[in-house]
Design a protein around this ligand. Structure first.
Ligand SMILES: Cc1cc2nc3c(=O)[nH]c(=O)nc-3n(C[C@H](O)[C@H](O)[C@H](O)COP(=O)(O)OP(=O)(O)OC[C@H]3O[C@@H](n4cnc5c(N)ncnc54)[C@H](O)[C@@H]3O)c2cc1C
Length: 481
């Protein structure tokens, strides 16, 4: 494999709304920035395909909006993160006009039946409404001098001691290994809905960022809370036993990952030099999120991660990634390439992972199924050694699959641990929310043997100190916003 080396102050991984907003912030603060993304600028990511709605919060109603976020999350939000989100979103959304984004206020009726909420609407061509946000932000970032590396698949974060110092990547056009030394790294890689067989996100939403962060030593929080699309009637039928599970598994689909990388108010992870923004983060929304808040959050957390990563980069010397880690990665990729067409096609293994995740860890969750799921994922993981790739794109598929196995195990472990139903987590063997035992978050880190180490932490209820009624389900009525 040919090697190329690059160096920058801030490396942003992902060119969705969160990554672009972070990049703009970091260049505005005088940093050299590279935005690396495995998809090209014109290919859809989740930001590109939004239903068109973004959170609106009146500046004088931060408290009310914050209360709605926490209530929707069934009191599992980290309330300081949720406050940071709510108190900034009022300013961050209209600010988009500064970049030339077209938007207007409209009543959104797609949430809970009978409710309407005023939100920002981004007009544009059907199916690509989010380009109204993405294109101007990208243009602004480029004009200010951010370097755009499209078709560049980040496959590992490089560490030195307890800090992140860059990443390795595969150039999907040439197959070269790209080593990017960076003073700080911002993960903005989007959600993990693509670990399931059925979902509505664009291809490539495979949860890479969760696994990259986890492998580098970061913690993941609330990973059991994946949003599945299902009407309130279907969910009710599933819970009262009158619904047909098989039929439902053929129609539902994954939509959004509420959990993710555990970050502080600066959107810094537990690992020095590693920041996260957008859907890949967890904590703000607890067990379910309000419509429009994903778009609100990519702007708020994008700006915050960009600002704090820039500030930290200014105080750090040039980094020099560890040769041994780079060689390890190179050898792994070379082994996959050596097998070539003789090996198992990565897409075959990936389909199996998605099938297990959907049937055992998806919308229908029970103790026995989740345990089987974890076991089956383990068996699939041992088959990774059989996978071969005939070129850089299949190599990406192979590594994506390996990362999906890691994320899948974490989701399944968290879902098994939470013995109640709440928000987007549906346990048919524990059908009710249980505030006596489960007003806590599940936090997972990678143990020394590579397996998940689980701990629980009391929900951070710093502002609303006693919970109201909790729900199973979310604020959607069929329009997933
Ligand atoms: C159909 C649909 C409709 C939606 N509608 C709404 C809505 O109306 N309102 C709302 O608030 N939310 C909506 N959402 C949710 C919202 O779109 C997402 O949560 C949000 O856009 C995520 O933005 P992001 O920047 O975090 O990630 P993304 O926009 O997903 O961008 C992540 C980027 O990271 C890149 N990447 C990932 N892994 C790697 C890697 N290993 N190496 C390099 N690059 C990588 C990807 O290529 C991608 O470009 C919708 C989601 C979907 C799927």
């Amino acid at each position: 494999m040919k090697r190329r080396r690059l160096a920058t102050d801030v490396l942003v991984v992902g060119n969705g709304g969160a990554g672009l907003r972070a990049a703009v912030e970091a260049v505005e603060r005088g940093c050299e920035v590279i935005v690396a993304s495995k998809i090209g600028a014109d290919r859809p990511n989740s930001t590109a395909v939004i239903a068109g709605w973004g959170a609106y919060c009146r500046p004088e109603d931060v408290e009310g909006y914050f209360g709605a976020v926490v209530e929707e999350g069934n009191y599992l939000s980290d309330q300081e993160l949720a406050w940071s989100y709510a108190s900034e979103v009022a300013e961050r959304m209209p600010e988009l006009r500064r970049f030339g984004v077209e938007m207007r206020l409209e009543e959104c009726t797609l949430e809970r039946p009978g409710t309407a909420r005023e939100m920002w609407y981004f007009p544009g061509p059907r199916g690509r409404l989010g380009d109204a946000i993405r294109a101007p932000l990208r243009e602004a970032a480029e004009k200010m001098g951010a370097g755009m590396l499209s078709g560049t698949f980040i496959n590992r974060l490089l560490t030195s001691g307890s800090s992140v110092v860059g990443a390795t990547a595969v150039d999907l056009a040439t197959g070269d290994l790209v080593v990017i030394a960076a003073k700080t790294v911002i993960l903005a890689t989007g959600g993990a809905s693509g670990v399931y067989a059925r979902q509505n996100n664009p291809a490539g939403t495979t949860g890479d960022g969760y696994a990259l962060a986890y492998r580098a030593g970061a913690e993941l929080v609330d990973m059991e809370f994946d949003t599945f699309m299902m009407s309130h009637e279907e969910l009710k039928a599933l819970f009262d036993g009158s619904g047909d599970e098989e039929k439902m598994l053929k129609t539902a689909g994954a939509h959004y990952s509420c959990g993710g990388v555990r970050v502080d108010l600066n959107r810094r992870s537990a690992v020095e030099g590693l920041y996260a923004a957008g859907e890949v983060t967890g904590g703000s929304f607890g067990s379910a999120r309000l419509g429009g808040s994903a778009v609100g959050d990519i702007m708020v957390s994008g700006r915050l991660a960009g600002a704090s990563a820039a500030e930290a980069a200014a105080g750090r010397d040039e980094t020099s990634p560890d040769e041994e880690q780079i060689r390890e990665e190179e050898e792994k990729l070379a082994r996959i390439l050596d097998k070539g067409g003789e090996g198992m096609p990565p897409s075959a293994l990936r389909d199996e992972v998605r099938r297990v995740m959907w049937r055992k860890v998806g919308p229908v969750r029970r103790d026995a199924g989740l345990r089987e799921g974890i076991e089956e994922l383990g068996a699939l993981r041992s088959r990774m050694t059989e996978v071969g790739a005939r070129g850089p794109r299949e190599m990406r598929d192979a590594v994506e699959t390996e990362l999906m196995l890691e994320v899948g195990e974490v989701i399944a472990t968290a879902a098994l641990e939470r013995r109640e139903s709440r928000g987007t987590h549906w346990r048919l063997d524990y059908r009710e929310p249980n505030n006596d035992e489960w007003l806590k978050n599940i936090v997972i880190a990678r143990g020394p043997d590579g397996g998940p180490v689980v701990r629980t932490a009391p929900a951070r209820m710093t502002r609303i100190t006693s919970p109201g009624p909790c729900r199973v389900g979310g604020a959607w009525a069929g329009g997933y916003v």
